[in-house]
Design a binder for this molecule. Sequence first.
Ligand SMILES: [Zn+2]
Ligand SMILES: [Zn+2]
Length: 246
Amino acid sequence: MQELDCSILAKLRPATSKNNNRKSIVAQAFNRWFVYGLVGYAKTEQAMSYWLCRCKCGNFGIVAKGKLTSGWSKSCGCLKRETTGDRARSHGMSKTLVYGRWADMLTRVDNPNYKQAHDYSERGITACEGLRKFENFYALLGEPPARYEIDRKDNEGNYSCGSCEECLSKNWPMNVHWVPRKINARNTRKNVYLTYDDKTHCVAEWAERLNLNPLLIAKRKRAGWPDDECLGFKHRASADRYRRKV
Ligand SMILES: [Zn+2]
Ligand SMILES: [Zn+2]
């Protein structure tokens, strides 16, 4: 909880018993604020009264009556933090793995400049309202095990939780789960195939056979490396070793 900011007191004339009940707003609620009592009046402006209030979240504040009644001040600031996409700071998880996975998911479906937009936004793949809130995403899926990624069970379906209003109205099932990265790589709609020594496999298959990181193979392929080099057969020696093995 924040400490009460009393700096305003220096600018106030304290309330006296005489004006204590004048146009009292004590015990009234204004949005998240609940008024406890009159603190004083502005020295410069006779009519401007200041009130001790408590926010629903527990923080106290001294707020001008006009700001309360006009709705200019609705909370200690917690409301704004919740509604301006500052969720990352409020839940303190912005640097965690699970938050990164969530943010990646939204990038895939929302960003038309995403490098694989043809697999997501351009196909109409989206994320449901429920999963768009990090708190829901986290509650539903929890922490991913190391090297796991978020995946859609049905690759033609959306990132959907199956239980939010949007999912219920559109009949979207729960369609997300954590999977090890290599499965995810195999699920991607346009599998990338590489050929070496007259054998053609997708990235995930090669990665498994050669015990390589599928993301590394895919990255090399995207960078335009020849297939043999993508698979680490750059040097004659390792290529020979592979031939002997198969
Ligand atoms: Zn608050
Ligand atoms: Zn949903």
